[in-house]
Design a protein around this ligand. Structure first.
Ligand code: 13P
Ligand code: ZN
Length: 271
């Protein structure tokens, strides 16, 4: 089996292009990881990596033996399609869950994204809370959501409610809201721990003055989630620039919407 034929690699190429088209993929901004399916993991089960194992500053036994396709650090999303083997890698978590080996890729001497802590800790949480359904994490530098983090209080309930009020799809697509974090040092263990903690409850996490993380079962759905939230943020910025809201979807109407679409909205955002 040729690894470059994996459907995960095709998806990643396509979505990284979409991200660039949106203007979210400046330079090496953003990173993506995918927990491979059993079928895609199979070629690596018996293989030994030629490289030395990299230790993790934490243990995630929930992910022991799992393999992930991960974008490399410093990789420009616009170059992934042309240079997949240089830009991407497949890493396998060891049997204790406290280190990983590179099984394929990073062919020009690269290594996984600097945001590995946020990705792996969040995968561990989402695997548990979604009963194995969520496999993908996308981190990207969404222009409008970042802008919004300068003008709204950095509060999960406030930002969730403001986005829900912009269009009906928001509550339908992310009833679990958007978890909001203060600015933290990119690539740090602390940002990874705080992110994974919020991932217990939310599939979208806003990193103030930096970007967004989204998770879900496949690339398409995660990209859709992120683009919906960023479109709502864009509209909110336009509404603010046009002098502010004169009317909006009310709390009662949001409740009606939740009932009609049988979703359970984040309580603190709908009081
Ligand atoms: P990497 O190039 O290490 O993936 O970092 C990009 C980024 O967006 C950091 O938050
Ligand atoms: Zn980033």
């Amino acid at each position: 089996m040729n690894i470059l034929d994996f459907s995960s690699i095709d998806d990643l190429k396509r979505i990284s292009r979409e991200i660039c088209n949106k203007g979210w993929g400046e330079a090496n901004g953003g990173n993506i990881s995918i927990r491979l399916t059993g079928e895609e993991q199979a070629p690596f089960q018996e293989l030994q990596s030629a490289d030395e194992e990299t230790s993790l500053p934490f243990a995630i036994p929930e992910l022991a033996g799992e393999s992930f396709l991960v974008t490399g650090t410093g990789v420009f999303f616009r170059n992934i399609s042309a240079f997949p083997q240089e830009s991407l890698g497949i890493v396998r978590i060891n049997s204790r869950g406290d280190g990983y080996s590179t099984m394929w890729g990073y062919s020009a001497g690269g290594r996984p994204t600097s945001e590995m802590s946020a990705h792996l800790l969040s995968h561990a949480v989402r695997k548990k809370v979604s009963s194995g359904r969520d496999r993908v994490i996308i981190h990207t530098h969404t222009t409008n959501l970042i802008a919004l983090s300068f003008v709204l209080p950095l509060d999960t309930a406030v930002i969730t409610r403001e986005l829900w009020e912009m269009m009906s799809e928001c509550l339908m697509l992310f009833p679990d809201g958007i978890g909001v974090m203060d600015w933290m040092v990119p690539g740090s263990l602390d940002i990874g721990l705080a992110t994974s903690h919020l991932m217990e409850k939310h599939r979208l996490i806003l990193w103030a003055h930096h970007g967004i993380l989204g998770t879900g079962p496949n690339m398409e759905q995660v990209f859709g989630l992120i683009e919906t939230a960023d479109k709502a943020a864009e509209m909110l910025l336009k509404v603010m620039a046009a002098g502010g809201k004169k009317q909006a979807i009310s709390a009662g109407q949001l409740r009606e919407l939740a009932e009609a679409f049988n979703v359970d909205p984040l309580k603190e955002a709908i009081t």
